[in-house]
Design a protein. Sequence first.
Length: 397
Amino acid sequence: MPPDRSLDARLAPRLAQLKAQDRYRTRRVISGGHGVHAVVDGRKLLNFCSNDYLGLATHPKVLAAAQAALGEGCGSTASPLLGGHNRHHRALEDALASATGYPRALLFTSGWAANLGVLRALLGRNDVLIADELNHASLIDGGRLSGAHYRRVAHADLAGFAAALAAAPHPAQRLVVTDSVFSMDGDLAPLTELRALTRHAGASLMVDDAHGFGVLGAHGGGIVEHLDMGDLRPEIYVATLGKSLGSAGAFVAGSETLIEYLVQRARSWVFSTAPPPALSAAALAALQIVQGEPERRRHLHALIARFRARAAEAGLPLMPSLTPIQPLVIGRDADALAASARLMEAGYWVAAIRPPTVPEGTARLRITLSAAHGTAEVDGLVHALRDAVRVPAEVAV
Ligand SMILES: *Cc1c(COP(=O)(O)O)cnc(C)c1O
């Protein structure tokens, strides 16, 4: 019989290998609402792995805004330049620009589309992209797609960024790009210092504030407000609407010229159907809560401080994060999976994150806190973590 050359025959061994390496991924089905009390595969769990940091995905005002806009239609029916740009989109763009302190903002269907669209539009083969090694996958792929020279710098290494800027050929356009809050570590980029470096070198700076917008800053304006950057803010600001705003989509904020250029050239924007207007109406309602109810942020930051204090008492080695992302590095993939499974038995949903999402040997529990959690729930989690993160059996012997 001739060898089986079908697609499935080629893929099956790769799947088997992932399983053998504890790298196989599966999904869980959520039913009955997706707040902090989630029904997961039929079991009621306390959710500590969502990015809904302010609890807005299920907020009545957000849902009401979406429902009201839905009365006008579901899909946007076309790409933005072909008639898909709706009054709900425009109102949200205007509000996002003023919330972030930039002249204009442009909506994309997702953070992934925004990062690909911006990098591909701005950079070409003669340009240089200088990127933190822990940046989000969409920034890595966007950089590759652009064809620019890709310089990967060690995490938050200012000397490394300075050297990469100095080494780049001068007439070339140089763009430094970084996450603001690193999605698997929770720490902050040294953005003020990077801005000084790029200004000095005549280069540009782009920040992806997916996990900072709504959470950081007195009014939830994100990393730029948190660091009080004022006129020294990055030229290109990206944030998503699917995390602390509890909706979906993303936006790029910047100068009039930048946004007009993206309208002409960002392919993931030009050639993609505009987001459903109801999602923009929901995001606008969420933004109003972000700005009008600072107590949500205060409660969240109090929970973060409480979680860290309790975890320290319990001897749990957290990373130096002051954001809702509080990872607990376990090490081996199998141990992280086992800890996550034990937590689930105890009624807590905490995701295990494995390579290649994080570096080899640093599999971890990625705990995310939300303003929708209560203090007793956070205390309960610490208790459950202490039991779940046991020393691996073979080490304990
Ligand atoms: C989630 C995320 C994205 C992608 O945004 P989506 O809207 O989910 O596509 C981009 N960058 C960072 C840092 C993220 O965490």
